[in-house]
Design a protein around this ligand. Sequence first.
Ligand SMILES: NC(=O)c1ccc[n+]([C@@H]2O[C@H](COP(=O)([O-])OP(=O)(O)OC[C@H]3O[C@@H](n4cnc5c(N)ncnc54)[C@H](OP(=O)(O)O)[C@@H]3O)[C@@H](O)[C@H]2O)c1
Length: 350
Amino acid sequence: MNPRISVGVLGATGAVGQKFVKLLENHPWFEVTAVAASERSAGRSYEEVVAWKQTSPIPPGTRKLEVRPCTPDLDCHVVFSGLDASVAGPIEEDFARAGYVVLSNSKNHRLDPDVPLVIPELNHDHLALIPIQRKNRNAKGYIVTNSNCSTMFLAMALGPLHREFGVEMVFVTTMQAISGAGYPGVPSLDILGNVIPYIGGEEEKMEIETRKILGRFTGTQIDLAPFPVSAQCNRVPVEDGHTESVSVKFAKKAGLQEIAEVLRTFAGPPQELRLPSAPEKPIVVMDGQDRPQPRFDVNHSGGMATLVGRLRRCSILDCKFTVLGHNTVRGAAGASILNAELLKAQGYLE
Ligand SMILES: NC(=O)c1ccc[n+]([C@@H]2O[C@H](COP(=O)([O-])OP(=O)(O)OC[C@H]3O[C@@H](n4cnc5c(N)ncnc54)[C@H](OP(=O)(O)O)[C@@H]3O)[C@@H](O)[C@H]2O)c1
């Protein structure tokens, strides 16, 4: 008997889908038994259709799998979705209705009132929406989402500070990697030697998703966290790693050392439960005056940590700092996998 849980990857040929396949190789709890993508790819082997862009070879167990269309007849119980947002909505619903557990990276269901938008270190209690969702939708399965990639690192840094000092307002400016646009993504002539001060929908996602994640589960719904977030998002010529400049105002007075200590000592259920993909420290505070930098720091803790540096006073709000995270690992596939591990640890995959 195979002790590992069979999982499928929807959108397995894309940037996020490939990261799922890579990160799930040799996973102690999950085994990829199905890969699915568009009709363009279906019917051929994974290695034949995928434009593999990872630095390690395609895992042998996945290479020869036949790519299937995204219909809910895959040989698995759990599916990770890296589907393009233009198609993810109804496909993920079909899978959940048919009894699959769907871990989604796409924006489509993140703000549905009965769908948990989860970062396990911050709001694992929002998983209590699962029975409500099943009942609302008369579905055997369910959908759990992780945040937009830039939101992930902002929320991770703000979460412990909000708990301790009460966040009152936030300004954030991002410098986002090209891999965040998928493959082939932004044309090289548009991005080389350039900065594009627009990423469609990204600012709105950061402004609302952060508030849902840091919101309060009332027993029936999530009340959004009450503070405003103002986001400005830029695409920059960096391969992997979103950098964010953040300024925050708190309700309670907080010293810089105190803030650093709260970030440095923060841990949540993934660390307590020793989940296989959990970083030892979810937030790593860097002391170097010019860190974090994507080139040197993006792969810290296997790309699962949020790096914070340049903590200092803000002359308008209370404090400001720089945040960095790996957009396709902790900002996408790694986040979904950690969510699945939490679901398993809490008995939601039975
Ligand atoms: N890249 C990031 O850093 C990042 C971070 C967080 C969240 N996300 C989100 O994750 C999702 C995937 O992003 P990505 O960057 O991996 O995109 P991508 O590289 O463009 O991949 C899209 C995937 O969707 C599949 N697909 C497209 N049309 C389809 C259809 N009609 N039916 C079934 N499958 C279809 C593609 O299959 P084919 O190869 O067969 O066309 C491919 O596997 C998006 O919703 C994105 O917003 C991305």
